[in-house]
Design a protein around this ligand. Structure first.
Ligand code: ZN
Length: 318
């Protein structure tokens, strides 16, 4: 029999799931050394229990189990939250071309209109980007009526706000915020475990002889008008204090940290669970080697954590 103590203190390494997208590229293969399914791989789902891409445990006591199963069978590993599903999803996005201009609903709207799905708050850490890279965040309509007119009349240039970004920028995208990642950008995204996206505009791009479906009415329903100030949601997190946990965001849906390890970073894992992804370099966690591209979860009651090496990580919890 396995003792309670041993089953509780787990580093749960996960095998990523990949998604091919019209706008995807091959950097997840070239720069991250993942075995990608094709040269249009847009997303690596590093930590996910979502039915559209449910990760399996890579090794150890629970090797081969789906994260969704583990969540149901062993809620104690995740702090017995009482939640009906694993609440977060962590992905790496390689945007070779522009993503559609889109918006996500909040929990209440998604629950009522999308079969009980969660809404989607998301945040991005810019891993890499071209020198003149830009994101679409927010819009210029003064109220819902003007928003609706501008969308229905296709006045995109007038409507959409673009903002320049650089490596290390961190951006929180709340539900109701119109947004798009543009070509040449790689991001690490931490989000609620939801796949509900309303596409507002897809640049009239033809995919396999067809235009992708738009969701105009639902988009107008959920877009916040007027939009908030874009700058308030952008933070530069490229050069933060080393060997400490730097909190980037704490909202209703998640907390996210960045860690720049250059020597030793020790802390106590006292959250229900802690998701970690190595985004640069290599090192070790409690003596076990880890490197860029590894995604894992530290279980509830894990206790003392010691990171050593030269690496950067993004961590999150609820
Ligand atoms: Zn989004």
């Amino acid at each position: 029999m396995v003792s309670t103590d041993r089953t509780k203190e787990q580093i749960i390494f996960l095998k990523p799931e990949f998604r091919q997208m019209v706008w995807g590229g091959d950097r997840l293969g070239r720069e991250w050394h993942y075995e990608i399914p094709g040269s249009n791989t847009g997303e690596c789902w590093g930590v996910s229990a979502h039915p559209s891409g449910d990760c399996r445990v890579r090794e150890g006591l629970y090797e081969g189990e789906l994260l969704s199963e583990l969540w149901k069978k062993h809620p104690e590993l995740f702090g017995n939250t009482g939640l009906d599903r694993f609440p977060l999803l962590v992905k790496i996005i390689d945007a070779k071309a522009d993503l559609s201009i889109q918006v996500h609903p909040d929990d209440a709207y998604a629950n009522a209109n999308e079969n009980g799905s969660l809404g989607k708050t998301e945040c991005w850490y810019i891993l890499a980007c071209d020198e003149d890279a830009r994101l679409v965040i927010g819009h210029n309509a003064k109220d819902k009526t003007e928003l609706s007119d501008m969308i229905r009349e296709g006045r995109w240039k007038e409507l959409i706000r673009e903002t320049p970004v650089k490596k290390g920028d961190f951006i929180l995208i709340e539900p109701g915020t119109i947004h798009a990642i543009k070509g040449g950008i790689m991001v690490m995204e931490t989000q609620q475990s939801s796949d509900i996206t309303y596409r507002v505009y897809d640049y009239d791009r033809v995919v396999n002889g067809r235009l992708r479906e738009l969701h105009i009415d639902k988009s107008i329903d959920v877009i916040t008008a007027p939009a908030g100030r874009t700058e308030e949601n952008i933070l530069n997190a490229d050069e933060l204090p080393e060997n400490t946990m730097n909190l980037l965001c704490s909202c209703e849906s998640f907390k996210v940290w960045k860690m720049d390890v250059t020597e030793t970073l020790a802390f106590d894992q006292a959250y229900p669970f802690l998701i970690m992804s190595v985004i640069e370099g290599e090192g070790e966690i409690n003596g076990r080697p880890i490197c860029k591209g590894d995604h894992f979860i530290l279980s509830d009651g894990f206790g003392a954590v010691t990171l050593r090496g030269k690496m950067q990580l993004i961590a999150s919890t609820i």
